[in-house]
Design a binder for this molecule. Sequence first.
Ligand SMILES: NC(=O)c1ccc[n+]([C@@H]2O[C@H](COP(=O)([O-])OP(=O)(O)OC[C@H]3O[C@@H](n4cnc5c(N)ncnc54)[C@H](OP(=O)(O)O)[C@@H]3O)[C@@H](O)[C@H]2O)c1
Length: 302
Amino acid sequence: MKIRPVDADRGSIGAPRVGIIGAGAVGTALGVAISRAGWSVTALASRDARRRERFVSLVPGVRAFVEPVAVIEEVELVVVSVPDDAIAAVVDSMRLYGGQTMVHTSGVLGAEVLTPALAAGSHIGAFHPLVSFTSDVERSVAGIAGATIAIEGDEAILGLLAELAEAIGGVPVRLPPGAKAAYHAAAVMASGGLIALLDAIVSLGAAAGLDERGAVAIYGRLMEQTLANARAVGVAAALTGPIVRGDAGTVEAHLEALRRLAPGAVELYKAAARRELDIAEERGTLAPEQMERVRSALAKVG
Ligand SMILES: NC(=O)c1ccc[n+]([C@@H]2O[C@H](COP(=O)([O-])OP(=O)(O)OC[C@H]3O[C@@H](n4cnc5c(N)ncnc54)[C@H](OP(=O)(O)O)[C@@H]3O)[C@@H](O)[C@H]2O)c1
């Protein structure tokens, strides 16, 4: 199965007016990025007065509403950027007009969650940037440049969504059918998983006298070097360290230190180590006895 790049050419139809529902991390950054790309973002729905004000200050010419349904009256393209679990309830009370398109930004749900809003001649889809959006709007907007944006929906709107993705600096792709949850789980491991690892690393760094900044600086550099190695030589070949060398005594010493100083990180260390052992096995560089010694070292601290 392959992710397919999408052709953004859809003829000479002008850019639609865009409305955003939800002024959270994604809604605000997308609103800013779309507006800076020269498309008109003319409506926003947000229940929160401060978020409405911030959005209006960042996106010239937008009108802000409290009720999501108000956006439908103003635009041709509606972007729903509320939490995954809230999408169905938010769109339940809405009905599109013919010619309108509605997309959501969830990485895991399909376009069909928007079906209640469909009417004759309207279209639904999804538009998911593979970006870590935080409350820092400028960092989030900058993160869109070069990022993959998974689009889906009726054939009639794929060109439009691809054009929008390219306009904001992203790379539109289509995922194979049924692949969305796996694709998104990988994204969550790449982003949230990395933060979980960093959090554990910071707690160990504290035991070695490093504050968070210091730990992120020195171990972050090592992470970047490892990532660069994986890019250059492949994931399996980039693996170094005691597991792949078969240094069971080192693993035992680590687990003992973790137990005393950062017990919350023991399970994470072990889970990563078991995966490293799998890689070592595939590389075929460790003798079975060495593999077994590391495996029993991993079983020692509970
Ligand atoms: N954060 C990411 O890195 C990221 C990346 C790609 C895709 N996504 C997807 O984008 C969507 C939005 O994520 P987000 O990170 O922007 O979330 P968020 O920062 O929590 O913001 C979501 C916004 O939705 C509104 N909202 C929350 N609960 C609601 C409810 N029950 N009913 C109606 N509106 C509600 C709120 O806006 P108001 O209070 O302003 O109404 C809130 O600010 C999700 O589907 C997520 O999976 C997130």
